[in-house]
Every structure is written in C-alpha cells, then in structure tokens.
Design a protein around this ligand. Structure first.
Ligand SMILES: [Mg+2]
Length: 261
C-alpha cells in the first residue's frame, strides 16, 4: 500500500468516525423548584431509566429481572438504604440546629419543624409483589391494591426507624402518598401494625385526581408550609416526592422497579 493511499484511507476512516453519531443518553433539564432538593445521588439503572421529564409512569419490566432481584436480595439495597438514612439524619440534625436553635425536643416542637415521608417503597416495600408479578416488574393494579390494603407489603425498617427517630427529636411527621382516599382506613391500619403512629397528617389522593405526582405532592407540601410548619427533609423513592420546592432537602430511597413522574 502506498503512503499516499494509506493517508487517504486514514482520512476517510477519520471522516467516517467523526460523522457517526455517538450513542448517548437523552439529557433533560430537571427543575425541582426554587428550593432545589440536593439529596443523595440517584441510584438507578443509568440509561435504562426514563428521562426525568417523562409524563408516563414506567415499570422496568422483566428484561433486567436478574439484576434487579440481585440488587434487592444480595444486601445492596439494604446498604444503600442505611447510607441514605444516615445522610438524612446528619443533614436534619444540622438543619434543626439552624432552624430551631437547638436539638432539644422542646425547642424542635416549638419551631414546628417537620419531615415528609412517602409510603410505597419508602416505608412499605412492594418488591415481593412486583418481583412475582407476571411478567416480573410490571404493574398489576388489582394485585397491588390487595397487597396494600391487607398489609401484605413488608415494612422497610430502616426508614420506619428514621421516622421514629425524627418523632423522638420533636419533629412533626407528614405522610404524603399517591394512594387514594378510599384506602385510608386500611393504610392507617397497616401503618399502625408496622409500628408507625402519631403523625400529624396523612395526605391521600382524591378519587379521580390525575395530577402528576410531582405537582400533587408539591401542592400538598405547599399547603403544609402555609400553616406555619417548616419542612426539612422529604423522604421518598421518586424524584416526584421531592420536586418543585416546599422542602429543605430531598432524600431519594432506592427503587429500581418503576418510575413515577
Ligand atoms: Mg413511593
């Protein structure tokens, strides 16, 4: 091969490579609002997650079944939950000192400091149901409804203990869930059975409310703060549990199974 020919081949190859589009994930701008939540880095499946401006709820499906099962059963999810709870506690201590001037429960009570918790896959785990749906990791609304209302979903002790620690510290607890008002009685029964009580308010969706979770939950927090309460941490398994402000900081529990906008 002559030198000139080699140069031409090299130039053509380079031009071809440059003109090929590089595979890259979609990058979207997320606007979590004025009081941006800067919680823990999102733990997810990278490019397999939908874009954060998706308007559709999304299940991972059975394609990544083995990896998701491994994550939930080999200790990884427990480690990530412990990490997250530890970050939430440490941030909240600092926030309480700044907000209430003291960590004494009387001072914390007096300054109306609050924490918000989501329920599903934050306090109760849907893994046992989701992983055994057919196909795995798809949504079966009827089965989910039965599991939710018969207390079949196991409590996530790490988060439950965080909630109880916050209560001991003198904080008010607000629960904001995507579950419907029609499930109120059973939800309270299951929370109580899991050792959770004494919350200030449980916000549930009105029948027929189709507002995206991010707006519905931000509106609920706005209503809470309008009563003079100051929300510090918001704990949830979805970015929509901590979008659009009215919180001090969002703490995102791991959930590799589905996405709710
Ligand atoms: Mg949830």
């Amino acid at each position: 091969m002559s030198r000139a020919f080699r140069i031409i081949v090299l130039a053509l190859t380079t031009a071809l490579l440059i003109s090929m589009p590089l595979a890259s994930p979609a990058v979207v701008t997320v606007d979590p609002g004025a009081k941006v939540s800067a919680g823990k880095t999102i733990i997810g499946t990278g490019q397999n997650l939908p874009t954060l401006d998706s308007t559709q709820a999304w299940d991972i499906g059975s394609e990544a079944k083995d990896q998701v099962i491994a994550y939930y059963t080999d200790g990884a999810v427990a480690r990530d939950r412990r990490d997250l709870v530890s970050s939430a506690k440490s941030w909240t201590r600092t926030w309480l000192k700044e907000t209430c001037g003291s960590l004494k429960p009387a001072a914390v009570k007096a300054c109306d400091a609050a924490a918000v918790f989501d329920i599903d896959d934050t306090l109760f785990s849907s893994y046992s149901v989701s992983s055994t749906n057919s196909p795995a990791f798809t949504y079966d609304p009827e089965r989910s409804m039965v599991a939710e209302t018969t207390c079949e979903l196991p409590i996530i002790k790490t988060t439950r203990n965080l909630l109880k620690d916050f209560q001991r510290w003198g904080m008010n607890i607000f629960l904001i869930t995507g579950r419907s008002e029609t499930e109120r009685k059973e939800t309270i029964k299951c929370l109580n059975a899991a050792g959770i009580s004494g919350w200030k308010q449980l916000t549930m969706r009105q029948t027929g409310d189709k507002t995206p979770a991010s707006s519905y939950k931000a509106n609920a927090r706005k209503g809470i703060e309008a009563t003079g309460v100051e929300i510090g941490p918001s704990i949830g398994d979805q970015v929509s549990d901590m979008s659009f402000g009215y919180l001090g900081r969002g703490f995102l529990m791991p959930n590799l199974m589905y996405f709710i906008p």
